[in-house]
Design a protein around this ligand. Sequence first.
Ligand code: HEM
Ligand SMILES: *[C@@H]1O[C@H](CO)[C@@H](O)[C@H](O)[C@H]1NC(C)=O
Ligand SMILES: *[C@@H]1O[C@H](CO)[C@@H](O)[C@H](O)[C@H]1NC(C)=O
Ligand SMILES: *[C@@H]1O[C@H](CO)[C@@H](O)[C@H](O)[C@H]1NC(C)=O
Ligand SMILES: *[C@@H]1O[C@H](CO)[C@@H](O)[C@H](O)[C@H]1NC(C)=O
Ligand SMILES: *[C@@H]1O[C@H](CO)[C@@H](O)[C@H](O)[C@H]1NC(C)=O
Ligand SMILES: *[C@@H]1O[C@H](CO)[C@@H](O)[C@H](O)[C@H]1NC(C)=O
Length: 332
Amino acid sequence: MKYYSSHKHPSVFLIWVVFLSPLVCCQLNYNFYDATCPNLTRIVRYNVWSAMANDTRIAASLLRLHFHDCFVIGCDGSLLLDDTSTFKGEKNALPNKNSARGFEVIDTIKSALEKACPSTVSCADIITLAAREAVYLSGGPFWYVPLGRRDATTASESEANQLPSPFEPLDNITAKFISKGLEMKDVAVLSGAHTFGFAQCFTFKPRLFNFGGSGTPDPTLDAELLKNLQKLCPNQDDSDTNLAPLDSVTTNRFDNMYYRNLVNNSGLLQSDQALLGDNRTASLVVNYSKYPLLFFKDFSASMEKLGKIGVLTGQQGEIRKNCRVVNWQPAG
Ligand code: HEM
Ligand SMILES: *[C@@H]1O[C@H](CO)[C@@H](O)[C@H](O)[C@H]1NC(C)=O
Ligand SMILES: *[C@@H]1O[C@H](CO)[C@@H](O)[C@H](O)[C@H]1NC(C)=O
Ligand SMILES: *[C@@H]1O[C@H](CO)[C@@H](O)[C@H](O)[C@H]1NC(C)=O
Ligand SMILES: *[C@@H]1O[C@H](CO)[C@@H](O)[C@H](O)[C@H]1NC(C)=O
Ligand SMILES: *[C@@H]1O[C@H](CO)[C@@H](O)[C@H](O)[C@H]1NC(C)=O
Ligand SMILES: *[C@@H]1O[C@H](CO)[C@@H](O)[C@H](O)[C@H]1NC(C)=O
């Protein structure tokens, strides 16, 4: 009975309010919208499913949106803000321009949610959930998503220009992941997202014709795949925006074929194949190529880490009403 009465002591209560409640209030949690938007998952899943029925590639595009959101400032919906005459967003940064897609799907989900539970669900949480549904509905793993992210009122084009490039060495890409609180293992695991979706020819063309200025193709590219890619991406500028599947075997499925391709020298991007060429990541690649469920388990864990980068919680940021604009902007 003694410790019951001590809980009622006003000074103990004060300590609880001051020190504990911020910890409770401002972390992501799995039940964040249970009371305020019980149909959230259903609404996101239905809309992702219906977008995929119209365009199978959209699943990959939605997953990539989440990555590009989280790696710039944090998972805060900053990527979704449109440029205006007084505001520069991230959509025109080089890694996003004519490349990032799926914004209309996020808009559709947002308007459905504004009907079901107005001004409640953040755009940052919508992208995170849409990415999970996209993977799950493509045959990949399911994982629970902690929620409660809030939306940024700012964005950074310059930081978006620092997103990993397929022409960077693995060490540089790893350094970027580490600067976000991730590890080299997460580079190898999350790159498994390239098991679906497409890339424009210019993102790997040097491998086909003039690898590292050698005048010859990348020797670590399978001869059969090389021939096909050279047909799809002829050595002239007007082929730069042609599309090639990141995984030419099971193009729209989320599976471990990415790693099976890598062990066959059939990775598409230089940064993909590099994971087999480095002895710090090669054994992981080989393991994932053999054990799809090990990949699924590790991918789920890395996605949860990715989804926690730089999040706004509690009273930070806002809940945008329209994912493309902040709720309030000063005039002028
Ligand atoms: C590790 C460093 C990474 C590099 C260098 C990289 C690079 C690229 C490039 C160049 C493309 C093609 C874009 C285009 O041609 O328009 C692409 C597509 C894609 N990336 Fe990555 N990426 C990386 C990591 C990731 C991560 C961590 C994810 C998600 C977890 C991801 C998901 C995707 C998906 C799904 C696509 C296909 C998108 C579509 O078809 O619309 N990537 N990536
Ligand atoms: C959730 O969706 C179901 C099916 O569409 C609907 O019947 C129900 O009223 C919704 N619940 C809430 C709280 O919006
Ligand atoms: C269907 O997909 C195409 C190609 O991505 C897109 O342009 C179009 O807006 C989509 N239609 C609907 C109804 O979502
Ligand atoms: C890789 O990082 C190093 C050190 O930061 C830098 O000097 C180099 O230019 C980077 N390489 C590429 C291709 O980005
Ligand atoms: C990759 O390996 C599998 C199994 O060993 C084989 O069936 C397939 O033809 C290989 N693909 C390429 C492009 O070499
Ligand atoms: C990994 O490769 C580096 C350089 O390529 C080499 O120095 C090192 O000994 C290798 N480590 C292992 C464990 O094979
Ligand atoms: C890959 O699997 C082998 C054999 O099970 C194991 O010894 C090794 O530690 C694994 N490598 C990694 C990086 O997990």
